[in-house]
Design a protein around this ligand. Sequence first.
Ligand code: PAF
Length: 291
Amino acid sequence: MDKIAIIGAGAIGRLINHKANPLHLWPFIDLRNKSINISTLHTLDGHTKQQTCIFLADVSKIDLLIVTLKAYQVLPTLLPLLGQLKHDAKILLLHNGMGTHLEIANKLTQQQTLLLGTTNQGAMIVDGDVHHTGVGDTYIGHYCGPQVPTHYKHSLCQQLDANWTENIQQNLWNKLAINCCINPLTAIFNLNNGQLSAPQFYEQIEHICYEVCQVAQREGIKLTTNELVTRVQKVIELTASNSSSMRQDILLGRPTEIDYINQYICACAAKHGIIAPINQALVTKIKSLHI
Ligand code: PAF
């Protein structure tokens, strides 16, 4: 059995740790927060489950490292660890936003595999406990390094309650578009996700999606503005009572993932010689909210 560890004790990391099966075989590490010894999960059906967290100090024993840190924590945390990982370790990045994979991929050995994932699971931490707030899909796919065998894909997906895709970039871009709209708008206007269904936001969401599409198409991703707008509206509806992660970050005075969301769009746009003014304006506004 592979030794699998999760780094990142946020809501998604701890939700995965609880759901992973069989639980006791999965060491949970969080090199950033050794104070969590017991993790409590409040399930969707109102039950409570507890789990002891095991801290695995020796990174060189890990076969698969699942990274559920915030995007801006990924490089500073992971780069110093890469040299200590097994020569054929696998890394799965599972966070909002895009961009960290480019730098990590450059630093891996030829035998190490980088997997990317995205999830729509809803989870929140309230008073130190994880609350599973909404069922969602999780997709995982290969990015670089040796391919993983079919049986490995099946068992990983079964344990993480995820789906394997041969085109993870498509899923990542879909999620990126959702985050490009919902996260900055809810943070700037201090709204729950559902309040973005008000007519005054429709045009802005359409413009953001249009820019994301222009950039995505140049990156070889097939998306249309209409399908993205429909997807965004659907997520707004499904997560109506959620307070987005960026809104929470702003309210709590924490750094945001803006550099890996709207700023990633602006950087890709610049690379292709186009502009993304609406996304750029959102980046500027979010950065101005930090005192
Ligand atoms: O970042 C978030 O909050 C979530 O990814 C999403 C989908 C916008 C729901 O709140």
